[in-house]
Design a protein. Structure first.
Ligand code: ZN
Ligand code: ZN
Length: 359
């Protein structure tokens, strides 16, 4: 039985740079192989903030892609999912068949690059609306949320996936020493997942409260990112050998150069926050060639890790609940975005929630 669904709904529409408006829009219609989800929680992601602040995409759009909610309608051709299921969504799902997918470069796949979840206009995630339409090619990315877990936890699957994907690119052994630069929500996820893997994490951040959090998430050592003695300290911690890897969770070029200098030969710097193209920075290419210090990047999620991510989050081996410090109602999405863009010492993950159903 499908539940009655209104004709119109509230949505937060991006109308131009830093211009988010609460508007009434039609509830999306779904096709035979699609589902309609009533949104309960949607995380505010740095990539959405970037689009809203920099106007990199043509308005109007409805953003929000870290979405969890309840299926309220399912097309006749949908199998394995039903009205009433509580689910977490992935707005990008690769075809698993093209040249890029065969190379496991899923984020470069054409199907993956199409956003398959929408609340109207050009598909852009749609999580900042009451309902979203999930297109057929995104159904393999729908994950059921166990009864004991919350929608908030379901909304964290996508960011956790991106972090696990990044870690999988690092050739690490137990007891290795890895720098995580930046202990915001993403940095803290890296710290916890690396620690679970037996890695000794050195976490840096400019904010003291975040360094304390880094400790509680499993960091072995912490340091002030601006400490002029930092390089010497990293040298001491690794007994002069250098770091096995460094994950850069802040978009600061100087941090990359510093991390590269602190690596051992054959180590890896992984860029995770440099998401703006067209900016260049000097790199000592001899260090990459002769010292075999790799410089790599990771972006977006890996569909094949989805089950593992769901297990980690829903078992609470990776407990994401303490990461969510602020929730805002849908009408206040622009405040949520503003806080996530300019975090306070107390704020970590910011989530837009609807109704009383988020918990
Ligand atoms: Zn995201
Ligand atoms: Zn593909």
């Amino acid at each position: 039985m499908n539940r009655p669904i209104p004709k119109n709904m509230k949505a937060v529409v991006y109308r131009g740079v830093d211009d988010l408006r609460v508007e009434s829009v039609p509830v999306p219609r779904i096709g035979k192989n699609e589902i309609l989800v009533q949104v309960a929680a949607c995380g505010v992601c740095p990539t959405d903030i970037k689009k809203i602040h920099q106007g990199t995409q043509v308005p109007p759009r409805i953003y929000g892609h870290e979405t969890a909610g309840t299926i309220v309608k399912a097309g006749a051709g949908v199998r394995g999912l039903a009205v009433g299921d509580r689910v977490g969504l992935h707005h990008h799902v690769p075809c698993m068949d093209c040249h890029f997918c065969r190379h496991r470069a899923f984020a470069q796949c054409e199907t993956y690059k199409r956003t398959g979840i929408t609340a109207g206009f050009e598909p852009a995630g749609g999580g900042y609306a009451e309902y979203v339409r999930v297109m057929d090619f995104c159904l393999p990315g729908v994950v059921k949320i166990p009864a004991r877990n919350s929608f908030l936890e379901g909304a964290m699957l996508e960011p956790v996936n991106t972090v696990l994907k990044g870690i999988r690119q690092l050739p690490l052994l137990a007891d290795d020493i890895v720098l995580v630069a930046g202990a915001g929500p993403i940095g803290l996820l890296f710290i916890r997942l690396l620690a679970l893997q037996g890695i000794r994490v050195v976490a840096t951040d400019l904010i003291e409260s975040r360094r304390r959090l880094a400790k509680s998430f499993g960091a072995w050592k912490t340091a002030d990112g601006a400490d002029p003695e930092l390089m010497g300290k990293l040298g001491k911690l690794t007994q002069g050998r250098g770091l096995d890897a460094a994950v850069i969770c802040v978009p600061v070029d100087a941090v990359v150069a510093q991390a590269q200098a602190a690596l051992r030969g054959g180590g890896t710097v992984l860029l995770f926050a440099h998401t703006v193209r067209g900016k260049t920075a000097p790199v000592d290419l001899g260090v990459v060639c002769v010292d075999e210090k790799s410089l790599g990047g990771s972006y977006s999620s890996d569909f094949t890790l989805q089950r593992e991510v769901a297990r980690l989050v829903f078992s609470r081996r990776l407990d994401v609940r303490e990461l969510i410090t602020h929730t805002f109602p849908l009408e206040s999405t622009s405040d949520a975005v503003a806080l996530a863009a300019k975090p306070t010492p107390e704020s970590l993950k910011v989530v837009v929630v609807q109704g009383t159903q988020a918990g």
